[in-house]
Design a protein around this ligand. Structure first.
Ligand code: NIG
Ligand code: FE
Length: 423
């Protein structure tokens, strides 16, 4: 195959495809392990998509006479798919380092929330911030996520709660979609908390009658492109009935359902999500056995968030039971002012140690399954011809170092590549 191409990564000691054998990888990493090629190469075309992947000598023959904009010798290194972060809250002003101290002194997440702190604190600061200020910090955060290996990130609104600020956040996310070299799946999360001065029913009505119609109008005019709808379904926040009404209304305007459920209390969120055809549900520390079965049957992904369970010292979600029952398990950093972590390698490490996932399972959960949770597993999450050329190169001869080492990933990850471009 002569001609000009964007990128050649050659002679990788290990090239971890993740997928390539079909659907079973979405569900669970079997005993057979992950497909890993040794002494392998991958080519990305000028369109940013993977053109070929295989043994180095085969690729060399296949592309003899071809030219490349960039060639990277990966001898002694490993190539993996770009990581996918399936859950983040990255647009906000006003950090909560003072609350970290309160939590260490024994205050619970909900005690702080009910006393007017937590999400309310961040809402107050985010409402006051200009679009420019929010964009600048958001861009910087995206760069830090990318530096830690993430090439596709879900990004939520949800620190406005009123229409004006929710739209401000969504516009900021939209701008980053156009200007930052990273994949973004955006989520309207106007039901992240009940705004001060409103009841949950009033907030639900406001979202359904005012927020979503406006969102639909902006989607149709092409001003913003939101992918998912989210609700914090929790005792003292949005109950099951309000959650159902909001999610259904979001689905009716074409959004994928992807919401927070069964985190601090058992709410039957999983059962509701399965019934409504949710693409994914996050947290699930308190999910019921019936909820797990329903999610497996409905192919609704479980987005587990090890940073939050760790930070808030929650009961760990039952990752093993979910995997055994055939739930599609994905991972997210849940980056937010409560859980200040940008790093999916750290998240995988926590998932292995605290949730008893294997390293193979964690990598699958942070790539192809996370892409599935965002409805993007046909284009992202594995190294296969035709998929987007999102890759990372690590300076180690065994890929597991990405999980085994915790902290300091900037030194381990040599290159992050989005659509075949080193970023
Ligand atoms: O996923 N649980 C609700 N939302 C976030 C926390 C947001 C915040 O505390 O600012 C979460 O952990
Ligand atoms: Fe969250």
């Amino acid at each position: 195959m002569a001609g000009r191409h964007r990128l050649l990564l050659e002679n990788a000691q290990q090239l971890v495809l993740v997928c390539g054998r079909g659907e079973e990888y979405l569900l669970r990493d079997g005993a057979a392990g992950l497909p890993v090629l040794r002494d392998a190469s991958v080519v990305v075309g000028l369109d940013g998509r993977i053109k070929a992947v295989g043994q180095a000598d085969v690729i060399r023959d296949q592309f003899s006479g071809a030219t490349f904009e960039k060639v990277i010798d990966c001898s002694g290194k490993c190539v993996l798919p770009g990581l996918v972060d399936a859950h983040t809250h990255p647009v906000w002003a006003g950090d909560r380092v003072h609350e970290f101290a309160m939590k260490l002194a024994g205050a619970s997440y909900m005690e702080i929330h009910q006393a007017g702190g937590g999400i309310h604190f961040t809402v107050e600061h985010t409402r006051k911030a200009t679009e420019e200020e929010l964009f600048n910090t958001f861009q910087h955060r995206l760069e830090r996520m990318r530096r830690a290996g993430s090439t596709l990130v879900e990004c939520k609104s949800g620190y406005g709660l009123n229409l004006e600020t929710e739209l401000k956040m969504l516009r900021v996310i939209e701008r980053a979609k156009q200007s930052v070299d990273i994949g973004i799946s955006s989520t309207y999360c106007g039901a992240h908390s009940v705004p001060k001065g409103k009841t949950a029913t009033e907030a639900t009505d406001d979202i359904i009658n005012n927020h979503l119609p406006k969102l639909k109008e902006l989607q149709l005019s092409g001003e913003i492109h939101v992918n998912n709808i989210d609700v914090f379904c929790e005792k003292g926040v949005f109950d099951l009935e309000s959650t159902r009404r909001i999610l259904q209304a979001g689905k009716d305007i074409g959004l994928q359902i992807n919401f927070h459920g069964d985190e601090l209390h058992p709410m039957k969120s999983a059962e509701l999500g399965a019934e409504l055809g949710a693409r994914a549900i996050s947290h699930l520390e308190e999910v019921s056995d019936e909820g797990i079965t329903a999610m497996a049957r409905a192919k609704c992904a479980a987005v587990l968030l090890p940073t939050t369970a760790y930070m808030l010292r929650l009961k760990q979600p039952q990752a093993r039971k979910m995997l055994e029952e055939g739930v599609i398990v994905a991972l997210g950093s849940d980056f937010n002012p409560n859980a200040y972590c940008f790093s999916m390698p750290m998240v995988m490490h926590l998932a292995c140690v605290n949730m008893k996932m294997s390293m193979n399972e964690a990598l699958v959960a942070a790539t192809i399954n996370a892409a599935y949770a965002l409805g993007k597993s046909d284009t992202h999450g594995s190294i296969e011809a035709g998929k987007q050329g999102d890759l990372i190169i690590i300076n180690s001869s065994r890929w597991e170092h990405l999980i085994y080492q915790f902290g300091g990933h900037e030194a381990l990850i040599n290159y992050v590549i989005v659509k075949g471009k080193v970023v």
